[in-house]
Design a protein around this ligand. Structure first.
Ligand SMILES: Nc1nc2c(ncn2[C@@H]2O[C@H](COP(=O)(O)OP(=O)(O)OP(=O)(O)O)[C@@H](O)[C@H]2O)c(=O)[nH]1
Ligand SMILES: [Mg+2]
Length: 689
């Protein structure tokens, strides 16, 4: 591949709702650009971008893949993102590294939550956006309904640019409103220019052609005062004015073009490619990103001659190649076999070989210029790190959602260290995965964004690192306590041959507010000699680890050693320790023991319309709503509630169902509370397993 400078590079993320045709669109663009000699299908598992075995098996994208193709003197870095919400990290990474986001919208199902998520991610990062309405060849597709939908949801910036001509519910041709030309496509994707639709056809369409032209020209006029004046004068715009207006409007976020196509019949794909080249900003056209240099903030222009500053936006743990780091070069020329400084760690970073990718196919390159995307292998840097040649600076980090769905991961005995090592690699690859060992239950806990996310992580752990795990609901860290003050006795007496054992204690137990045992002594007249007190305390401490009900740690207990007796010869520390444990068991059983469950504070952000359903759901989960406030984001509400941890296992998936993926939440432990009586037998049964 030749050496491309920023002006000839286009970084394009393809994002949108799950199944809306992103991978198929990328496939069509790659094929049309000549970088692949066949048009693969996700259903057949032979696309360039969905090459991972798990993706092929599930017929869905699970990670962002890069396909760098050359077209018309330009290098297009296509980043095909997944649409499933569980893999949002990859969508965020693709959008971050891009300069334009193609947001696919299915012509059949229209605007979905995934469309809004992609739009929001692109807008937050000030990326240019184009809506691509796919599947217009499908008999159930309705482009003009989708266009209305897009205008309703995203407002007046939505501007039709390539639209279908529909006759008897079938697309017969595609109109390019920039050129005011109409084309048909044959079965092999061959293009023929045909006359623009006549008024008879136009009348029968949901949107008349002249209305579309008017909407298009008005949107362009909005971007420039001189053009607006020209529009008022009734003058026509030249093609160059239209292109420039659209280009500038997209860059400023004033226009979001809508382009229709069929990825299967290739209808409109050539026009989309053409518009990609014409309308999309190059990295050099974009507002320079800012970097933090100590306390200072600095703009980093996309300048090849400047020192290197490069950002790692994605990491892949490849079992054959090793760790692959996807890098966007922000300034300078990143070279293979060279050394840079990692601004996050301060360490030197040796870069060996550099690659560009078309799906899984790697091509070695010697350097990548400012604005380009490339891949380095086996470097230490992590996702979100900045590599610098001179001044140390860090770019804004990609913001990832927190893992909120957690399960226990059970590996075969002896596989624990392999499990930990493999999971560390997978977590490095996916910042929305977490892997920890619960200090209390000793379980390994795998966290992610949803059921499918964890299932895929488990499958990858097996295929990439040869460790099988079973995902099971995690144990809840219950506690036990007492509710009554009691006096207890423990006597340990053994006379077996020579030396005997003798320890005898009287202990009062009472409830108190403390996580750990509070030990006091009120022994009169030396009934228990002072030197045995520590042994008594130690005996009780050991017992606190396992309560008498479900074997959970005990809290909130005060023990007062009040008396006992001893034997001059047979008493020992060991004997008093045992006596203390007998007293503990006696005391706990009599002191009205209870099980405590962990309670957490839930902060859940949801669309206003869903508040009723979410509150209803929280009530079923024994939740107590503490407050409800408008969120910063328009149309969203934040509910704060206290909910028992036991009831939270299924919340992630339920919330997704209620809010269709729009809701998000955080959950943090606050305190322990007594488990309601009706649940005690259930917990005891779980504990006995
Ligand atoms: N008829 C028709 N079907 C399409 C078109 N584009 C995609 N499809 C079909 O829609 C389904 C989903 O397509 P994908 O390209 O995998 O969708 P995606 O958006 O990449 O899906 P995820 O990455 O899993 O979110 C597949 O069965 C495709 O064959 C199109 O233009 N026309
Ligand atoms: Mg896909």
């Amino acid at each position: 591949m030749k050496d491309y400078k920023a002006a000839d590079i286009r970084n394009i993320a393809v994002a949108g709702h799950s199944g809306s045709g992103k991978t198929t669109l990328a496939e069509a663009l790659i094929y049309k650009a000549g970088a692949s000699d066949r048009l693969g299908k996700t259903a057949d598992g032979n696309t360039v971008c969905d090459y991972d075995p798990e993706e092929i098996k599930r017929k869905a994208s699970l990670g962002t893949s890069l396909a760098a193709v050359e077209y018309n003197g330009l290098k297009l870095n296509l980043l095909d993102a997944p649409g499933l919400f569980d893999f949002e990290a990859d969508m965020q990474e693709a959008v971050y590294a891009s300069d334009t986001v193609l947001i696919t919208v299915s012509g059949k199902s229209g605007v979905k939550v995934g469309t809004e998520k992609a739009y929001k991610a692109a807008t937050l990062l000030s990326k240019a956006k184009i809506f691509v309405v796919t599947k217009v060849d499908d008999p159930d597709a309705n482009f003009y309904n989708v266009l209305t939908d897009l205008k309703t949801v995203f407002g007046p910036t939505v501007c039709p640019v390539i639209v279908p001509v529909i006759k008897d519910r079938k697309v017969v041709s595609y109109v390019n409103l920039i050129e005011m030309k109409c084309y048909t496509y044959d079965a092999k994707g061959g293009v023929t220019e045909v006359p623009m639709p006549d008024s008879e056809i136009s009348e029968k369409m949901d949107y008349r052609m002249d209305g579309l032209v008017e909407a298009f020209t008005e949107a362009v006029a909005e971007t420039d005062d001189a053009l607006m004046e020209k529009l008022f004068e009734g003058e026509e715009f030249t093609r160059d004015e239209l292109v420039k207006g659209l280009h500038d409007g997209m860059n400023k976020g004033l226009i979001t073009p809508v382009i229709c196509c069929s990825d299967i019949t290739m209808g409109g794909i050539d026009m989309l490619l053409k518009e990609v080249c014409l309308l999309m900003p190059s990295p050099a056209d974009c507002t320079p990103p800012i970097a933090y240099k100590g306390e200072d903030i600095e703009e980093v222009p996309c300048d090849t001659a400047a020192p290197v500053n490069a950002f790692v936006f994605k990491t892949v743990a490849d079992p054959f190649v090793g760790k692959m780091s996807f890098i966007k070069v922000m300034s300078g020329t990143l070279k293979s076999n060279s050394e840079y400084k990692n601004a996050t760690t301060g360490a030197a970073e040796k870069i060996g070989k550099l690659y560009t990718l078309v799906g899984k196919k790697q091509t070695e390159i010697s350097s990548a210029n400012a604005g380009d995307i490339c891949v380095a292998v086996k470097i230490n840097a992590q996702t979100n790190d900045t590599l610098c040649e001179k001044d140390i600076m860090s770019f804004e980090k990609i913001s990832f959602p927190q893992p909120c769905y957690k399960m226990a991961a059970k590996a075969n005995q002896g596989d624990e260290s392999k499990l930990t090592a493999g999971m560390a690699r997978l977590c490095e690859e996916d910042p929305t995965l977490s892997f920890t060992q619960d200090a209390e239950t000793s379980e390994f806990i795998l966290g992610g964004l949803g059921e499918q996310h964890l299932e895929v992580a488990a499958a990858r752990l097996q295929s990439k690192f040869g460790t099988a795990i079973e995902l099971v609901p995690r144990k809840i860290a219950y506690r036990e306590t007492i509710r009554k003050k009691v006096s207890a006795e423990g006597k340990h007496k053994k006379q077996s041959g020579g030396h005997g054992q003798y320890g005898h204690v009287l202990i009062d137990f009472e409830p108190c507010v403390s996580d750990t045992l509070v030990f006091e002594e009120k022994v009169f007249g030396g009934a228990v000699p002072r030197n045995f007190f520590p042994a008594v305390e130690k005996g009780l401490q050991d017992c606190m680890k396992k309560g008498v009900l479900a074997g959970c740690p005990v809290t909130g207990v005060k023990a007062i050693l009040t008396g006992g007796s001893y034997h001059d010869v047979d008493s020992s520390e060991m004997a008093f320790k045992t006596a203390a444990s007998l007293a503990f068991k006696d005391g706990m059983t009599k002191a009205d023991p209870a099980i405590l469950e962990p309670i957490g504070t839930l902060t859940v952000t949801i669309p206003n319309d869903n508040t009723g359903d979410v509150i209803g759901d929280l009530n079923k989960r024994r939740g107590r709503v503490l407050g409800m406030n408008p969120a910063e984001e328009k149309g969203m509400t934040i509910i704060t509630a206290e909910v028992p941890e036991r009831e939270m296992q299924s919340f992630t998936m339920q919330l997704r169902q209620i809010t269709r993926g729009r809701g998000s939440f955080g959950f943090e432990f606050v305190r322990y509370e007594q488990l309601p009586a009706n649940l005690v037998s259930e917990v005891l049964l779980e504990a006995s397993k």
